[in-house]
Ligand binder design. Structure first.
Ligand SMILES: Cc1ncc(COP(=O)(O)O)c(C=O)c1O
Length: 473
């Protein structure tokens, strides 16, 4: 039986100060409660605050900088300055009318988990040095695996986000299959191209394909590229597919890509950093059908799984591939290495010393239950469908360019002129009412709503679209 809260039988239990640098315990409690109040107060009134506020560099530096504080400053004032200035002047991805890029609608139980993990200065590097946090990490990877329908035995590691999680998978793929050509398309997130560059891929090993008319990877173009690279003496090793692109929410033809990867002995990677969580719902699972066949999948729970920044996950279905790539055993770590059946997470990526990012996910899944997560993801999918219907009701003003796909809809003003979409997005964002971004679909400028915050109402969407129309220059 595991002993809870193990303590030592020592006689000086309370002799040490609580805080390393000397804060009094009563003061610690008072300030801690103040932090909770500041956070909850903001959550209660966020709807009435701007969705994004940007300040000028000089003013912000004046408010927050100054001489190095050699002597103590008032922590109450510092906390207030954080709440009112430093943390106010940013994009509020959890605001119900934050529709730009990818929102970050994080949940409070996850914040509590994050605070606990930080408060206990938790570490998940080696089993011997962090068996509790390592177990939590194993548990949440398994829960997530079940929720998105990856095969049993899938392994994983929690990281800071999609950029790092994707490169973690790419390096594992390279260590399994060696160097060769990686295929991706013009809708693949630009950080994945940067990942390949950072790994030292040479130009001829990075084959970028044009997307098809639906902004998906074209399986015909992929087959042709693989054949022509082979004919040129190159070795195709990996296809990088996307399960929900950032631009349109589209999913690449995952089954067809998986078939080709099997046939050509290539690694099948799926970037689900944006869309992967949609697979927790039946509708999203259909959209992402085939993701479960991937050798590696990346998700970003700090986007659509209601977690505070930062949290990405790299999952790999080839047992042991992460350890074969990343395991190391320096002399000074030998006494904390995993025993049989345990995992040293420091051996599953380039991060050795790492906080336990699993605590927040564990805490929030236990607090709300998986079903609440499914409902919240489904709500995001439906809100984009509502936005599409509303846009189609106003055909004189709007054209729907790409339909609602797992939380994203792209649209254009009728007869738009160069710069108009960006100007409309800027006007509404500057007003603070909502934050909306524009993007380019190849050479076409569009406005885009990403509707993954379950707190968003239909009225928020109607008013945002109407204000965008009214902002036409
Ligand atoms: C599809 C996709 N992949 C990768 C990334 C990069 O993820 P991160 O910003 O967490 O590093 C993003 C970010 O928006 C994304 O949308």
């Amino acid at each position: 039986m595991l002993k809870r809260n193990p303590t030592l039988d020592v006689d000086n239990e309370f002799d040490y100060p609580a805080d390393t640098l000397g804060m009094d315990p009563q003061e610690m409690r008072r300030l801690g409660h103040k932090v909770v109040d500041l956070v909850v107060d903001r959550l209660l009134r966020k709807n009435a605050e701007p969705a994004l506020i940007a300040g000028g560099p000089t003013e912000l530096m004046q408010a927050l900088g100054g001489a190095l504080p050699e002597t103590p400053m008032d922590p109450d004032q510092s906390l207030e300055l954080l709440a009112e200035v430093a943390l106010a002047y940013q994009q509020h991805g959890d605001h119900p009318r934050y529709f730009a890029r990818v929102p970050g609608p994080c949940s409070f139980a996850a914040v509590l988990g994050e605070w606990m993990g930080t408060g206990f200065n938790t570490i998940s590097a080696s089993w011997g040095g962090g068996s509790g946090p390592a177990t939590i990490e194993l548990v949440v990877i398994e829960w997530l695996r079940q929720m998105i329908g990856m095969p049993e035995g899938t392994e994983g590691v929690l990281l800071s986000g999609g950029s790092i999680a994707n490169v973690t998978a790419f390096l594992a793929a390279r260590s399994e299959l060696g160097r060769g050509v990686a295929y991706f398309c013009d809708q693949t997130h630009s950080s994945l191209y940067r990942d390949l560059l950072a790994m030292g891929c040479i130009d001829e090993h990075m084959h970028k394909l044009p997307s098809d008319e639906n902004y998906c990877m074209s399986i015909d173009a992929l087959r042709a590229a693989v054949a022509s690279d082979k004919a040129a003496g190159l070795r195709p090793v990996m296809v990088v597919a996307t399960a929900g692109t950032t631009n349109t929410g589209a999913a690449d033809p995952l089954h067809a890509i998986a078939d080709l990867c099997t046939q050509e002995d290539m690694w099948f990677h799926v970037d689900g950093a944006y869309g992967g969580p949609a697979a927790v719902t039946a509708q999203g699972r259909r959209h992402l059908d085939g993701m479960e066949r991937a050798d590696s999948v990346v998700l970003d729970p700090h986007k659509w799984f209601f977690q505070p920044y930062d949290l990405g996950i790299c999952m790999v279905t080839r047992p042991g591939a992460l350890e074969r790539c990343y395991a190391m055993s320096p002399e000074y770590l030998k006494d904390v290495q995993a025993t049989t059946g345990a995992v040293n997470f420091g051996n599953r990526s380039l991060e050795l010393t790492r906080r336990s990012r699993a605590v927040k996910l564990w805490m929030s899944l236990r607090t709300y239950g998986a079903e609440r997560f499914r409902e919240a993801v489904q709500r995001g999918i439906e809100l984009a469908e509502f936005a599409e219907r509303y846009l189609r009701q106003n055909p004189a003003t709007w054209e729907v360019v790409t339909p609602a796909q797992i939380g994203v809809v792209c649209f254009a003003l009728r007869d738009w002129q160069e710069g108009e979409h960006a100007a409309c997005a800027k006007t509404i964002t500057d007003s603070g009412f909502a934050c909306v971004s524009s993007t380019m679909l190849r050479d076409k400028s569009v406005l885009r709503l990403c509707t993954i915050n379950p707190l968003t109402t239909e009225d928020d969407i109607v008013k945002t679209i109407d204000r965008l129309a009214a902002a036409r220059p």
